[in-house]
Design a protein. Structure first.
Length: 134
């Protein structure tokens, strides 16, 4: 059984872990806001999606690679689940809204909560004037 001392140590470890997690989430949000700056939207296509289950020590996170067009130039970007939320189980060639920096289009973020199933989905997204929240 746990002694009172063990329970206190466990409580401190949990609290410190929670603080570190929340702090790192805030830093990631700040980085995204800074990187995107003045942003616009495009349609992104999933190129590669690796889904990895956290079943062992030092296992890499799931990652995604996507492409999108800005002014007839194709950009490719990727990131992993350690820093950003990935769409749940996307398939290659699935389409999603991408937010990109107008001044540096290589800086972008795939918005996994906004899938594009038809051409009208993207038009509806733009007409509604949805602003992404970080």
């Amino acid at each position: 059984m746990f002694k009172k001392y063990d329970a206190n140590v466990l409580a401190v470890i949990i609290i410190v872990s929670l603080i570190v997690f929340l702090w790192s989430s805030k830093l990631n949000r700040s980085k995204v806001i800074k990187d995107l700056g003045d942003y616009d939207y495009s349609v992104g296509t999933i190129e590669v999606y690796f889904s990895r289950a956290p079943i062992g020590y030092n296992v890499r996170y799931s990652s995604i690679t996507y492409s999108y067009m800005v002014n007839n130039v194709k950009y490719v970007n990727n990131y992993d689940a350690m820093h950003y939320k990935l769409p749940s189980s996307p398939n290659v060639n699935d389409k999603f809204v991408v937010a990109y920096n107008k001044n540096d289009p290589q800086k972008s973020l795939l918005l996994g909560d906004y899938p594009i199933k038809t051409d009208k989905d993207f038009d509806s997204f733009i007409k509604e004037g949805i602003k992404i929240s970080f």
